[in-house]
Design a protein around this ligand. Structure first.
Ligand code: CP
Length: 319
């Protein structure tokens, strides 16, 4: 039975943002806000996940996501086990399914997975009893990054998302961050614009709930926030851009572009960012930039995600 004023976390897995309701998102953000102060203590550790085992299974490179999940686990006193593609038996030809079942047999509470194939997290979630957190699967989704971006904006805007204008600029075709952000921003009532060269717009984008631009100056006019993306050469099979410098001339965000946006416009980038191609150094280092606030927000959001997902059953059994 649901107790009054008690929010029970009902999701087993976090696969994408489109599975979350508005109440889920605000509960996650509130939880991240509460846990955030742990990172400012002298002793940055609380025992709320003591005895929990978290597997960090990253078969694609990562700096921010992997380290922030690891720091988040440690700040909550969970035990972590890290595996990657090059040091695991995937190298010897073991399938993802058998690697997953092997991890599951060790009875973790939560598996965080990054994988080059879209759908890898869903595939494991269907096999596992423990929670699966998608830390980025192919072009498909990166839900915790989208939550990090929303949390970073919430630190500035409060809960006033409705009616804000946000533009996502860059290689939107290959970006899992873009896809997860669109559903989350739409859910919160934000109007979303995309700005890319035509060859880097997602297939079928005409039916997405976004406005499409190919001119950066027009795209940033009167926006409240700009989310820049990296050109993901590693996911491009064909030469979609004739010349990266030509691309940068048209799509690299500079201080001159910011003059067309709202005066207090915020600039975000999930990282890793390429200065001079995605956005200029002057923008990265300006007061408009939230790029390093996003990294700090990454720890808070991942603490909230690990807490809610790996204590999900504990919540129910405590009734
Ligand atoms: N934003 C992001 O996913 O960065 P990493 O690849 O460094 O984890």
């Amino acid at each position: 039975m649901q107790k009054e004023n008690t929010f029970y976390w009902q999701h087993k897995d976090l696969l994408d943002t489109d599975q979350l309701s508005c109440s889920d998102v605000y509960h996650l953000l509130d939880t991240a806000n509460s846990l955030n102060e742990i990172s400012n203590r002298t002793i940055k550790k609380v025992p709320i996940l003591r005895g929990k085992n978290i597997v960090l299974f990253f078969s694609e490179p990562s700096t921010r996501t992997k380290i922030s999940f690891e720091i988040a686990s440690k700040r909550l006193s969970a035990d972590t086990i890290s595996i990657n593609a090059s040091s695991s038996s995937l190298q010897k030809g073991e399938s993802l399914k058998d690697t997953g079942l092997t991890l599951q047999a060790m009875n973790p509470d939560c598996i965080v997975i990054r994988h080059a194939s879209s759908g890898a997290a869903q595939f494991l979630a269907d096999l596992f009893e423990c929670s699966v957190i998608n830390a980025g699967d192919g072009w498909h989704a990166h839900p915790t990054q989208a939550l990090v971006d929303i949390f970073s904006l919430q630190q500035i805007w409060g809960k006033q998302f409705k009616g804000k204008e946000v533009v996502i600029v860059g290689d939107t075709a290959h970006s899992r961050v873009c896809r997860s952000n669109i559903s989350l921003l739409n859910l919160l009532g934000v109007n979303v614009r995309l700005c890319s060269p035509r060859t880097l717009l997602p297939a079928g984008v005409e039916s997405w709930p976004v406005e499409i631009y190919t001119d950066l100056q027009q795209a940033v006019t009167n926006v409240d926030a700009i989310i820049c993306l990296r050109v993901q050469f590693e996911r491009q099979k064909f030469g979609l851009l004739p010349d990266i410098h030509e691309y940068a001339l048209r799509f690299c965000l500079t201080p001159e572009h910011l003059l067309f946006a709202k005066p207090d416009v915020k600039v975000l980038h999930p990282g890793p960012f390429l200065r001079g191609i995605d956005l200029s150094s002057a923008v990265v280092d300006s007061s408009h930039s939230l790029v390093f606030d996003q990294v700090a927000a990454g720890v808070a959001i991942r603490m909230a995600v690990l807490f809610l997902f790996s204590t999900r059953n504990d919540n129910w059994s405590s009734d």
